[in-house]
Design a protein around this ligand. Sequence first.
Ligand code: FAD
Length: 337
Amino acid sequence: MGEKTVDFLILGQGFSGSALGLLVEELGYSYMIISNKDKHSASSKAVGLVNPVTGRRMAKTWNYDELMPLAVKFYGRAFETIFKARGNFLNLKPIYKALFSIEEMNFLTAKSAMPGYDEMMEIFLLESKKFPAVFKNTRAWAEIRNAARLEPAFFLQNALNYFISKESHLNANFSIEQLQKVEVGWSFQGLKARNIVSCLGLNCPWTKEELWPNKGQVYEVEGLPNWGPEVLKTDVFLVPTEDGKVWIGSTYEREFENELPDQNGWQSISKDLDPDYLAKIEITKSWAGIRPTTWDRRPIIRKIEEGLFAINGMGTKGVSLAPFAAKNLLETYFGHS
Ligand SMILES: Cc1cc2nc3c(=O)[nH]c(=O)nc-3n(C[C@H](O)[C@H](O)[C@H](O)COP(=O)(O)OP(=O)(O)OC[C@H]3O[C@@H](n4cnc5c(N)ncnc54)[C@H](O)[C@@H]3O)c2cc1C
C-alpha cells in the first residue's frame, strides 16, 4: 500500500462505513476504506426499511424526529455525489400495518389523534384500502407515513464503485495484529492514517463484546397477488420487488446456531399469512444475517483511544442510524456541525 498517509482509515463498507466515507469526503478529508467481501455483512442482508414506529404498541422509534430528516438529506446528497444528479437513494413510502382486532383498532385510532402521531398514522377499514387480505383475519389497516425504503444492494454497490473511482477503497482483510502505532497515528499494511474508525459490525475487535447479535431471516416468494408497491406488515414486512416477487422478513432471533435460513424461520415468518395464499406461495430465495445489536438498542459512537474510534450497534435500524452515527462522530470528536 506504499507510504501514503490519510486522515481517515475506515474499516468496513456496510451502511456505517459507507455513510462515514461519504461524509468525510464531503468535508474534504483524505480517506481510505478497507473492506473484505464478507458475504455475511449485515448491510448486504438488510431489507432496507425505515419504520417510524416499533413494537405492538407502535411507539415512535428512538430519536426518529432527528433520524428521518437526516437520513432523507444524507441519502439525497449521497445520490447527488455519486450520480451527479438529483434524486434520493431513500424511497419515501408509507407502510400499511394489518390490524386484527377491535381493541387494536381502538388503541391505534386513539393513538393516531395524539400529538406526534396525528400526521404519521391513519386507520382505514379493510374495504377502503384495495389490498388483498394476504394476512389472515385482517380487519383494518393502519397507514404509517414518514416511512421509507433503501435498496441496500443498489446503495452499497454504488457507494463502493464511487469509493473505487476515488481510489479510496481497498479490498483487504483487516486484522488487529497488523495494526501498529506510529508517529502520525496508525499504520496498517504500510498505509498510515491519522485516525482509524472501525465500522466492522460484528467483527469489530474493540466493541464486539458489547453486542447482542440478533439473527434475521428473509424469504423471497412468488405466487402472492400484485397489490402495487406498498409495503404491508404484521410482525413481518411484505415488500414487493420490481420483478413481481415479494420479500417477507425478517425474524428477530436472539438464540441461533448459525447464519443460515431454517424451517423455524419460515414458520415464524409465514404464521400470519392467509392459508389460501400460503398454499400458493413458492419460495424463490432465502437468506439470513446477523444484526449488530446493543442491549439498549442505542448505537455505539466511541473514541477507543487517541486516533482510534468505533461506530457500531446499528441493530435493526442501520439505514437510519448509520448517517446519524457517522455525523455524530464527526461532530463530537472532530468539531464539525
Ligand atoms: C435480515 C436482516 C434484515 C434487516 N433489515 C433492515 C431494515 O429493513 N432496515 C434497517 O435499517 N436495518 C435492517 N437490518 C439491520 C442492518 O442490516 C444493520 O443494522 C446494518 O447493516 C449494520 O451496518 P454496519 O455497517 O454497522 O455493519 P455491517 O453491515 O456488518 O458491515 C461491516 C463491514 O465490515 C466488513 N468487515 C467485517 N470484518 C472485516 C475484516 N476483518 N476485514 C475487512 N472488512 C471487514 C464487512 O465486509 C462489511 O463491509 C437488517 C439486518 C438483517 C440481518
